[in-house]
Ligand binder design. Structure first.
Ligand code: SIN
Ligand code: FE2
Length: 215
């Protein structure tokens, strides 16, 4: 466990997950309100929606994006799209508060120079889940994934680069930031079905911000 009392954000501990992967517990906790306020503005332009998998299943997680492109899924596949297919508009810009949390966490995790150009926003309501997957729609796999949790706690499944290896189960709470890159960049990961609850910031939901260099 490492303490980072001289850092600009309140940090409780740094927990290695695997080579190249770390959990920064509480890293974004003192920014949670600011991030939430910025998110409400994003939603005015790009509301949450449930996308469909290429196989035709409605995803239980509601999603939106900000940045130069947005991750979308539909019958023709997964990809980054420069325009929001629901509105026909550009996705909102990544707010400064989002940028600083994501780049700060990346630096602490050993990925100085990370400059995200997209941010996928996931909303989990009780029962919603994300099955094990790899993030592989990005162009540059030398860049890490930075994932910020807000609201209700969740069980993060974090495996290896081999799908059949049983994933670790890690509790993520509001303000926790997970970063994975290097030899863990292609680690399988997911979220177990969200338990019901009520959170003072987000109500009956969990929000996840996933920052990537995608383009
Ligand atoms: C993701 O894999 O895109 C999201 C993970 C999470 O919600 O923590
Ligand atoms: Fe992912």
């Amino acid at each position: 466990m490492g303490l980072f009392r001289d850092q600009p954000y309140l940090i409780r501990e740094q927990e290695p997950l695997a080579e190249g992967a770390v959990l920064l517990r509480g890293y974004a906790a003192d920014q949670a309100n600011v991030l939430w306020d910025a998110l409400t503005k994003i939603l005015d332009t790009a509301p949450f929606r449930h996308m469909f998998t290429p196989g035709g299943f409605r995803m239980s997680v509601a999603m939106t994006n900000c940045g130069d492109a947005g991750w979308i899924s539909d019958r023709s596949g997964y990809r980054y799209a420069p325009l929001d297919p629901v509105t026909g508009l550009h996705w909102p810009e990544i707010p400064a508060s989002f940028q600083s949390v994501s780049t700060g966490a990346a630096v602490l995790a050993g990925y100085a120079g990370f400059e995200p150009d997209v941010c996928l926003v996931n909303r989990y309501e009780p029962g919603a889940r994300l099955t094990l997957h790899q993030d592989k729609d990005e162009r540059d796999f030398t860049q890490p994934i930075v994932s910020v949790s807000l609201g209700l706690p969740a069980v993060f499944l974090f495996g290896t680069t081999t799908r059949r290896d049983r994933p670790r189960r890690i509790r993520l709470e509001s303000g926790d930031v997970a970063v994975w890159g290097g030899t863990s960049r292609m680690a399988y990961h997911g979220i177990a079905p969200l338990a019901d609850g009520e959170h003072p910031l987000t109500g009956r939901s969990r929000i996840n911000l996933t920052f990537r260099k995608a383009l």
